[in-house]
Design a protein around this ligand. Sequence first.
Ligand code: SAT
Ligand code: MN
Length: 590
Amino acid sequence: MPTPLEQWVEEQAQLCQPQRIYWCDGSEAEARHLIQIGIKEESINGTPVFQELNQTRWTGAYYHRSHPTDVARVEHLTYICHPEKETAGPNNHWMAPAEAKKLMTGLSQGCMKGRTMYVLPYMMGHPDSPYAKACVQLTDVSYVALSMRIMTRMSQEVIGRIGARQDFVKGLHSVGDFDPNRRYIMHFPEENFVWSVGSGYGGNALLGKKCFSLRIASCQGYREGWLAEHMVIAGIEDPSGRITYVTVALPSACGKTNLAMLESALPGYKVWTLGDDIAWLNVGEDGRLYAINPETGFFGVAPGTSLKSNPNMIRTLQGKRFFPTLFTNTALDRDRNEPWWEGLDGDMPRHIVDWQGKSWDPSQGTKAAHANSRFTASAYNCPTLSREFDNPKGVPISAIILGGRRTRLIPLVTEAFDWANGVFLGARTGSETTAAAAHQIGALRRDPMAMLPFCGYNMGDYFGHWLSVGRRLKNPPKFFSVNWFRTDEQGKFIWPGFGENIRVLKWMLDRVDGKISARKTPLGYVPHLSDFDMSGLNLSSEQMQALFAVNPQEWPEELSDIEKYLNQFGPRLPQQIKAEYAKLVQQMGA
Ligand code: SAT
Ligand code: MN
């Protein structure tokens, strides 16, 4: 008798008709073998799936060039298929499950002909964690199989763990023919199933990542009483050696990875990395909020990553412990056979090949690396990895930090008045858009808790769920908002960011510990300038004031935009959030 898993794999194989089926065991030997297959046997758009890079400076590094139309998440082709449209909410594209299955069945008929179907058994979360989930993804490209080995805990033991169960998390992925018109990412939360065709890009193809660990898992969390969030998890060690754990939500490409492995500009402080993208939050037995990172790797933006912006990431990328490290759509230094991107340290190489494989020179006015070019690297190569990384229980969280990219209005840091005010702060957060998804860059969009593209159900209910988790906590974390991106009259960023962000974290720790008071504004508490550690940093007091300014006369437009945004959730918007909005309006004197 085949197990439910074997039977499911067989059914998908009948639909997709691969030439062969390959069950992965997640071992390093297998990874080395798959690299060779990607170099010698598989290609995309006529280019081999992998190219070996200079192994002296970049141990275990391989280069991948995507199909030119396949460089980012496609939110307009991403659907959440609940039986009822209302459950998906105005924040999601919706399709009825039966219709979506019919469409996807048509697109998947024979889509793996002549190719290998890789079966990837993996855990999201440490296998010993009560919060972990057993999953299986099918894919038809070695790049995805290897990326999943880096990003998840892939092993054959998962198969035994699934055993006779039917309810394991399922993902079916094929790159299809890369036709953008035949590209869809479909989610079936009621069946723990993701079905993705037509793209090999991270967020569309590594189905354990945004698709499962955020969109589907957020629905599981809603049913089961926990939260799946788009958040960094980090430990901040103070000079006494005590470590305080925080989570941080920022939209894609706003510096989450840099923050997760920040190298402190303040002596005595140190940041320990637990995750750069996803946090699962559970109420622990002691009534505190605990976070685990379901992933084991970083899928980060390459351009701008340097020894200055993120030295620990550069060290991670050159790490030797875990094989392999992948670079996707960066440029190449042709002479040294090394990855290169705008913002990397050192002199510009003499001969650069751009992300599309063409010879490049700076006078062209184009970028050599794609703006959303990425690296995929194991957390086990990270020199600042927290010793709690594999703790099945996770770490207790003292602060939840929310932010976006705002050139105006929003102070460098504020502290919410209480939990409900913090959830409202999350609900009203907006951000100027970046290159991580295929849309206009620089426009303002509301992105509550940085979850807009990732919340798998109605966001009105999501705000209510956050409020209800808060009611179960005995010792709730404080909420903070951050904005590294405020500009001056000349349009220049006021705050230096990067390693200096530790100053903001330090202020938060002092607030969490009840060591200092703060100044009340309509948006929450902001620092007294005298409490904010500016030692060794050259910012004038006018600049500091500009960073923390809250000017009610600038707010009417923002307030009405927030109201318009929240109103789309109609009766699903919790009363408490409406009350928080009313309070803000009143305090702004609008
Ligand atoms: O969605 S991805 O995981 O590909 C990257 C991102 O947008 O954060
Ligand atoms: Mn992300």
